[in-house]
Every structure is written in structure tokens, then in C-alpha cells.
Design a protein around this ligand. Structure first.
Ligand code: HEC
Length: 132
């Protein structure tokens, strides 16, 4: 009898754990989805996240950790080509808030900058997760 109780408790605990993991995954997927929507609204007119697919702007595949101005086959402004840094979350956030403050004389235009910090974070998180 006691064994059966233990079995029941264990089964219930396992079910709960599985449920929590499923919920967690769902939240993650939802966040990624929101990020993708924000990215689509603000960036996709000129960028893709597909490797090697340069449009009006260079492709943003694995942009976090990539050297600035280094997408193969893309004709950058000399400002971006000579930016001399590697993109991380902070740089990207600052750049989409105000491109000229990060790379003066860059050619990402027309783009007025995203003032909403939460919106920028969604986009940066999305780009950081993309490709993983
Ligand atoms: C109107 C078109 C346009 C829009 C909209 C746009 N970009 Fe760009 N982006 C460009 C162009 C053009 C460049 C190249 C700039 C240069 O050479 O100076 C660029 C460059 C970049 C770079 C540098 C890439 C590298 O290889 O170093 C990043 C990062 C970037 N954009 C991110 C974004 C993000 C994120 C958004 C949305 C929030 C966005 N861009 C919206 C046109 C655009």
C-alpha cells in the first residue's frame, strides 16, 4: 500500500515537472515569436537573417559575434567597413537606437532609430537566438 502511494506521488511529481518544462518551452517560443515580429516590422524591409543573402542591407546571420562591416559580397560604406569592432548585444542595441552615434557616417538609411527600449531588446534577443 505504501509502495503504491509512493508510486502515485512520484508519478504526480513527474507529470508536474513535465508540465512546467512544457510551459517554459511555450514561453520561450512566444518570446522568440514576438522578437521575430518586432524584427520583421523594423528590419526585414532591408535585411534577412539568411547566410550570404544580402539585400539593400547586409545579411544579419549570426550578427552577434560578427565583425562589423564584414558580410562577404556586401558593399559597405567606408564608415561601416572601418568600424573596427565586433557586434555584441550592447553595440547592436545602441546602433538601432541611433545608428550614427555608434558608426558615424554609416549608410543605414532611411532609418530613424527605435526609441522604445523594450522593442529594441526584443529585436536584439531575436537576432542573438537566430541561427542557434
Ligand atoms: C532602410 C533599410 C534598412 C533598415 C530598415 C534597417 N537596416 Fe540595417 N543596414 C542597412 C544598410 C544599407 C546597412 C549598411 C550600412 C553601411 O554600409 O554603412 C545596414 C547595416 C546594418 C548592420 C551592420 C551589419 C554588419 O555587417 O556590420 C546591422 C547590425 C544592422 N544594419 C541591423 C539592423 C537592424 C537590427 C534593423 C532593424 C531594427 C535594421 N538594421 C534596419 C539598411 C537597413
Amino acid at each position: 500500500m505504501a509502495d503504491r502511494d509512493l508510486l502515485r506521488t512520484t508519478a504526480a511529481a513527474l507529470l508536474t515537472a513535465g508540465f512546467i518544462v512544457a510551459l517554459d518551452k511555450q514561453t520561450e517560443a512566444q518570446e522568440k515569436n514576438e522578437g521575430q515580429i518586432a524584427y520583421n516590422n523594423a528590419c526585414r524591409t532591408c535585411h534577412t537573417t539568411d547566410e550570404g543573402d544580402n539585400r539593400l542591407g547586409p545579411n544579419l546571420h549570426n550578427i552577434i559575434g560578427r565583425k562589423a562591416g564584414a558580410a562577404e559580397g556586401y558593399n559597405y560604406s567606408s564608415a561601416m567597413k572601418n568600424a573596427g569592432f565586433t557586434w555584441d548585444e550592447a553595440k547592436l542595441d545602441a546602433f538601432i537606437a541611433n545608428p550614427d552615434a555608434v558608426v558615424s557616417g554609416n549608410n543605414m538609411k532611411p532609418f530613424s532609430g527605435i526609441t522604445d527600449e523594450a522593442e529594441r531588446k526584443k529585436i536584439v534577443d531575436y537576432l542573438a537566438s537566430e541561427g542557434k
